[in-house]
Design a protein. Structure first.
Length: 637
């Protein structure tokens, strides 16, 4: 039997150069994060939803650094929502957060469906400008861009365009054209003058890109695979009235440039009931923060203050408030790691934990843009172990001559005392959906194995039947594979995915490095791979028993003491409650997995559920006067 030949494919390459078998890393076919965000926020499908105005004095600025948990452009500044706002795809960001224009439409699907020369793709269009008074100096437009970054670069025939809108002539005028083909890992600045004839009320600008379809063949398949990410990243946009365009090259700012790391080492989530032991074993004692000072004309030392906070979202209380002072140089790059723990404690009365970490840099610096001096991170602990951040930058699988013998394994350690083990109930896998769902017929199986010498044992604790990737799920969600019987595990175990007949496209997160926990088997030996990029396979292990809050109170609805309508509901649902003693109440909404999604106090007879995904939910209302409770189901459509 041939050994697994380690092959890493990071870009689109001709079919004739592909090996007969090997590990394959591919760009994505669908941007699931965009799909999810657009569904939640009911983004319009039209290209333009211009409803707002930007009032211009001397400068406009946008660097996407204050979005934190949002992934689509805000409508107070942008009139369309095709770009993907993120802090994970680009290298060496000017400031935290970029707008990515790629080959995926607003619903996350590719713009192209067949081979063609060039397709029009994303747009990022500003709202309409109103000039309080016409600028006395010239008007210049500046932006930074990067082709590819951490992910796939557009081809040489793919382009990024900057257009200005002539309100008088009601036409768009192309002001700048940038060609792809060069994988960039740093940002480059372009400064473009705005013609005086365009400076009038109604002025707008937009970025747009054109993409071409490249062919990426998966070895061992009868049919080839078409894929190309074509990603452009745009950052630090300025429109400024100045007599000297060089002012735009001399940036005076301090910016945070990387997301915060998880509060636990290696893991992004653990089951809540495992948190206390995990915290004692792998909690970070420092909080890393990466920032830069961009003051090229200064030589004096800057007095800087760094603030760190942690907040218990469930308990609604501040946990940590720390501050560090330091003198720093004015034009430099810094990576600091200061003492900090989240301060979150496990409460056995709860079933879920939620915390938010925040870091802020503060300095007295002239013209500093305070919007990009803050970074936030939210963490939720419920029922599973996770190494990934929930967003796939790439896809991982094994392909080739012996792919029906291949296995992929992920190693997990359980943080529970040996005399108090927990039960493994399900495995969660993030499958990247492909064009035409061609991987939906790729059969796979799951086995659970003990750890022997840091590799999977030959003996299995559990072996599943065959499955196929489930694309009936809502996009951007993990497929949950329930085990036929719970498995009691402790210490270290492996989740093994048996690729039974063809290539599996499993999500791969390149922003959290757990490559040492991923193993491959090709019929002879288990081995770890050093040829892959650092990252985490998006496979999670779910533990414990989490019953839904369905109790005796369901009979209240049947007796017509409680009425909920409309049901199914689209946006707002109302209820009639014939209990005089329930004047104010605590409302909780759970999904069918028992995860609490909403928790608030109300004295109104309506609940806004517009942000929830389609599906079945559990509503629980508890009186704040006598603690009497009502629980019922509703369907969100």
């Amino acid at each position: 039997m041939k050994m697994l030949k380690k092959i890493l494919i990071l870009t689109i390459i001709p079919i004739s150069l592909l090996p007969s078998h090997g590990q394959i890393i591919r760009s994505l076919d669908i941007n699931h994060a965009i799909v999810k965000a657009n569904e939640n926020r009911k983004v319009l499908l039209e290209k333009s939803i211009a409803t707002d105005t930007i009032f211009f004095d001397t400068e406009f600025f946008e660097d996407f650094s204050s979005y934190h948990y949002e992934v689509v452009p805000r409508t107070n500044v942008w009139s369309d929502q095709y770009a993907f706002i993120n802090s994970t795809y680009a290298d060496s960001m000017i400031s935290l957060g970029v707008a990515t224009l790629d080959a995926y439409d607003q619903q996350g699907f590719p713009y192209y469906s067949s081979i063609q020369e060039v397709s029009e793709a994303d747009t990022l269009t500003s709202q309409t400008f109103v000039f309080n008074e016409m600028p006395s100096d010239s008007l210049f437009f500046s932006f930074f861009y990067e082709c590819g970054g951490k992910v796939s670069c557009p081809d040489s025939k793919d382009i990024l365009l900057l257009d200005f809108y002539s309100a008088e002539n009601e036409i768009w005028v192309t002001a700048d054209t940038i060609s792809g083909g060069e994988q960039m890992h740093t940002f480059k600045q372009h400064i473009v003058p705005v013609s005086d004839t365009l400076i009038e009320n109604g002025f707008r600008f937009r970025f747009r890109n054109y993409v071409s379809l490249s062919m990426e063949n998966i070895p061992g398949q009868d049919l080839g695979k078409y894929s190309n990410a074509d990603q452009w990243h745009v950052d630090y946009i300025q429109l400024k009235s100045t007599g000297n365009r060089l002012e735009l090259t001399s940036i005076d700012d301090m910016t945070i440039v990387k997301p915060l790391l998880p509060s636990l080492k290696e893991l992004t989530a653990v089951p809540y009931s495992h948190y206390a032991l995990a915290q004692s074993a792998i909690e970070r004692t420092t909080i890393p923060i990466t920032y830069r000072t961009i003051f090229p004309e200064r030589s004096d030392i800057i007095s800087l203050v760094r603030h760190y906070y942690s907040y218990d979202l469930g308990g609604n209380k501040l946990l940590r408030d720390l501050q560090y002072d330091e003198n720093i140089t004015p034009y430099d790059y810094f990576h600091e790691e200061e003492f900090f723990t989240a301060g979150f404690t496990y409460d056995e009365a709860d079933t879920i934990g939620e915390i938010e970490l925040t870091a802020v840099i503060e300095a007295l610096a002239e013209d500093q843009k305070l919007v990009n001096d803050t970074v936030k991170r939210k963490e939720i602990y419920y029922d599973h172990y996770a190494y990934d951040d929930g967003t796939a930058e790439l896809g991982l699988g094994i392909a080739g001559e012996y792919q029906n013998l291949n296995k992929i394994a992920v190693r997990f350690r359980v943080y529970r005392a040996s005399n108090n083990p927990d039960t493994l109930k399900a495995i969660l896998i993030y499958f990247n959906k492909s064009i035409d769902d061609y991987t939906s017929q790729s059969e796979y199986g799951i086995s659970i194995r003990k750890n022997v010498g840091n590799i999977p044992s030959d003996d299995t604790l559990y072996t599943s039947k065959g499955f196929f990737p489930d694309y009936s799920l809502r996009l951007n969600e993990f497929a949950r594979i329930e085990l036929d019987r719970p498995i009691v595990v402790s210490d270290t175990f492996f989740v093994v995915i048996d690729q039974l007949d063809s290539y599996l496209n499993i999500g791969y997160d390149i922003n959290n490095d757990n490559l040492n926990k991923i193993f491959f088997y090709t019929g002879q030996d288990w081995e770890n791979s050093n040829s892959l990029p650092k990252g985490s396979l998006m496979v999670r292990a779910s533990f414990g028993n989490h019953s839904l809050p369905l109790t005796k109170t369901e009979t209240l609805e049947k007796s017509q003491d409680f009425k909920l309508f409309p049901n199914p509901v689209h946006d707002v649902m109302y209820f009639n409650l014939y209990y005089d003693n329930m004047t104010t109440y605590n409302i909780k909404v759970y999904n069918i997995m028992g995860v609490m999604l909403m928790n608030f106090i109300s004295d109104h007879n309506s609940i806004d559920v517009s942000t929830l995904d389609k599906g079945i939910y559990i509503l629980q209302m508890t009186s704040n006067d006598n603690k009497e409770s009502i629980t019922t189901k509703f369907l969100k459509e």
